[in-house]
Design a protein around this ligand. Sequence first.
Ligand code: UDP
Ligand code: MG
Length: 334
Amino acid sequence: MNQVTREDVVVDLVVPCYNEEEALPETHRQLAQLMDAMCRAGRVSPKSKIYYVDDGSRDGTWGLIAALCENDPKVVGIRLSRNYGHQSALLAGLFSSRGDAVITIDADLQDDISVVPEMIAEFCSGHEVVFGVRRGRRTDTIFKRNSALFYYGLLRRLGIGIVPNHADYRLMGKTAIAALKEYTEVNLFLRGIVPLIGFNPSSVYYDRKERMAGESKYNLSKMIRLALDGITSFSAVPLRAVSVIGMLVFLISVGMAGWVLWIRLLTSRAIPGWASSVIPIYFLGGIQLLCLGVIGEYLAKDYIETKRRPRYLISETISRSDGYPAADRAAGLR
Ligand code: UDP
Ligand code: MG
């Protein structure tokens, strides 16, 4: 159980930012206000910090973060060497933090920050992991809502235990973060891993808002990548399904061969037919390509994992408080 009392609990906020120059000023205003209010109310220690992780933005995001660091000793700026993606940016923040607990939140503040004190209260009462769970998906586009519904249903059927309607708004205590470091796979799907590590998780509920400014940084290809990573990192069911489909197709082919032989040898109806030769070719070709694709997806994952490349590289860290060198280089692997 957590040994910290309310007044001296250091709770850091980690905010991944990719091309967020439009949202960042307002986001910081609200987060700084929240931090101040919590410090004054004795809910968190004044040592608590806000980490902005710039995930290789191409706009003025890093300039803004650097300016925030200059003006506010509570802010730590971490700049990744290029765009690594949301999950790696989160890891960079989680592993750089020195707090007793870390809350990860998106830079567009779609997730309601008014439940932060509730998350901290849950942490102080012994929950190392607190999930922020959305009450509904009213603010999503129809496409996003339905694809999410389908996808989470699929994950459940594949036996992957994720928390429904929870994304990456969560609190993790330092024990849970230390445990997360043990999961060294390069493609970490945090939504799947964090429920796996246990540590007496709890949830708080909120309504998700519209994006405050700018556009969604998850384009379709990033969404598909994350969705595939989520499945192939946690389940071998598609691979097994490939064997089952292969077996079924083999049995059907044997049946068809028997039928052809029967027509050829025992009847006089043996007219070479176009359909009966072309349809199996299309069918088998399609099935084979599908199966190769699924196997390839796992093989690619294995290929990437065996290389054990760092999950992110930090090119710069800025902080006005002690202990952070002006330029800090670190890799995302142990
Ligand atoms: N993000 C990131 N790297 C990326 C894409 C997104 O760090 O390659 C950040 C982004 O700045 C935001 C969070 O991840 O803070 C979630 O992105 P977004 O709000 O665009 O996703 P959505 O809410 O549309 O799913
Ligand atoms: Mg968003």
